[in-house]
Write a protein that binds this ligand. Structure first.
Ligand SMILES: [Mg+2]
Length: 232
């Protein structure tokens, strides 16, 4: 790439007041099975079925959506799923909280630099993730970055990502100002599509399971192989 070109393609990523990050594949990747087994225990202890979430699309999905798909594959009727859902989510939260010492998140490239940069420039930083709240905060705590985040929008009461993003943007504007400029960061087609649905900008990073080619085909405002590229 020539000296006059830029990976940011003219997109001024510093021009926002608030930055809302997806967690898995965007901020970090988990090298453990704590979250995975939380689903297993909820399915076993609450719905009485012995099965895991293999075969369910997890990337860009939400915890409630993953649990719903796994329960359906196990033959659980929808009314039983709904009736026991609060208990199942509590079981998941408890499993992750009890096993938080086994979480081994690995930060994605340049995430710490980006968080320090944004924080140092007075930006509001939050998370918008398909994780349950207790699960998301536990991962950020284990990764040593919890202190940079002043709010989060999770899947506890929003099963779909556009709802999670919409609520995150509203929370960010509540703590900053009503016309705050908000930018999302995510790693999956679902993130790109959710931002488009609520008509807000998103930076896509290929640090999860999807490539730059797959993500850029969906037309995010900016698409990077990793946050390293923000400074190149
Ligand atoms: Mg993700």
């Amino acid at each position: 790439m020539g000296a006059t070109e830029s990976h940011t393609n003219g997109f001024d990523w510093r021009a926002f007041d608030a930055y809302l990050f997806d967690i898995d594949g965007t901020l970090l990747n988990s090298r453990d099975k704590v979250h995975y087994f939380a689903f297993y225990h909820a399915l076993q202890d609450v719905y009485g079925v012995q099965r895991n979430i293999d075969g369910v699309p997890v990337h860009g999905n939400t915890d409630v959506g993953i649990l719903r798909a796994a329960a359906a594959l196990a033959g659980i009727a929808n009314d039983e799923f709904e009736r026991k859902l609060p208990e199942a989510l509590d079981r998941m939260r408890a499993h992750v909280t009890e096993n938080a010492h086994e979480l081994h998140p690995e930060l994605c490239p340049s995430i710490l630099r980006l968080l320090k940069d944004l924080h140092g420039n007075g930006k509001m930083i939050g998370v918008t993730t398909g994780n349950l709240e207790a699960v998301g905060w536990a991962k950020l705590q284990a990764a040593g970055i919890r202190q940079y985040f002043s709010l989060g929008s999770f899947s506890d009461h929003n099963e779909f990502r556009a709802g999670i993003f919409r609520e995150g943007a509203a929370m960010a504007r509540q703590v900053t100002r009503p016309d705050a400029r908000v930018c999302f960061l995510g790693d999956t087609p679902n993130d790109v599509n959710a931002a488009r649905e609520i008509e807000m900008p998103l930076i896509a990073v290929a640090t999860g399971k999807f490539s730059v080619e797959e993500l850029s085909a969906l037309g995010p405002n900016l698409c990077l192989s990793s946050c390293d590229m923000l400074w190149q």
